[in-house]
Design a protein around this ligand. Structure first.
Ligand SMILES: [Zn+2]
Length: 252
């Protein structure tokens, strides 16, 4: 099936190609990730470890709200608000959370939101083996598909950290990596600051990253996120924006 996605900034693949992980010296590994590999891992436009997008083409005045680390015990409150405003969003779910709260994961899909793969256990992927990375995405894909009836077409690496082995698993599972245009720091900021930051950085085709969970914590407190979303949706609507899933946002 042809991909409905438009790859943005694929030119960076050419510039990043010489910076393979094999080229990192032992010293650089000991000292942490080298600047080049760090960019390849976390740089939002990097294609080093697999096909990736961080915004849509932007020909319509629309944005995508995305929520990572769910489902959680409070996701239902977010679903209720989004339904009341007729907003569809995208949820990057962790397999462990889906296994713990399968009925909530299923409701997210039943409400018309897009579901993406956010690994099984939310680990930091840099320096992990190919087998480990394959397991994290394959297991999440299996659990999400089984519990929600939806097979994800997109993934997001925890913390945005990509690594060697992602390209192969993306190909195997037909997953496109989706980073973000603006992140709300909603795990540490109060609602007003989150919403001000997101609204002031919104642009057509923008991908907004928020969280309806906290890694694989049980019962995380996401009230500030929900308060912020209740400010972001009306503020962006007033400015003429509509809200699309990632699939729709990427269509030209
Ligand atoms: Zn996450």
């Amino acid at each position: 099936m042809p991909s409905p996605f438009v790859l943005v900034n694929s030119g960076s693949l050419r510039t990043m190609r010489p910076l393979t992980v094999a080229g990192i010296t032992a010293g650089a590994v000991a000292a942490g990730i080298s600047a080049a590999a760090a960019y390849g891992s976390v740089g939002k436009s990097s294609q080093l470890f697999g096909p990736s997008v961080y915004r849509g083409p932007g020909r319509r005045k629309s944005v995508a709200l995305t929520f990572d680390d769910g489902p959680s015990e409070q996701t239902q409150d977010l679903l209720d608000y989004l339904a009341s405003e007729n907003v569809t969003a995208t949820f990057f779910q962790c397999g462990m959370n889906v296994r713990r709260l399968p009925h909530i994961a299923g409701k997210v899909a039943a409400c018309g939101h897009q579901i993406g793969n956010h690994t099984y256990s939310h680990p930091k992927l840099p320096f992990k083996s190919r087998e480990f990375i394959d397991f994290e995405f394959s297991e999440a894909q299996r659990i999400i598909s089984f519990e929600t009836g939806v097979t994800p077409m997109i993934l997001r690496a925890p913390y945005g950290f990509r690594w060697v082995g992602m390209r192969e698993v993306q190909r195997k599972l037909a997953l496109l990596d989706v980073m973000w245009t603006v992140i709300g720091y909603d795990w540490r900021w109060p609602a007003d600051r989150i919403s001000h930051h997101v609204v002031s950085h919104a642009s057509p085709g923008g991908i907004i990253c928020l969280h309806d969970g906290r890694a694989v914590e049980r019962n995380p407190d996401i009230r500030e996120t929900i308060r912020a979303v209740r400010q972001i949706v009306p503020a962006l609507t007033d400015r003429g924006y509509s809200f699309e899933t990632i699939n729709d946002l990427m269509r030209v």
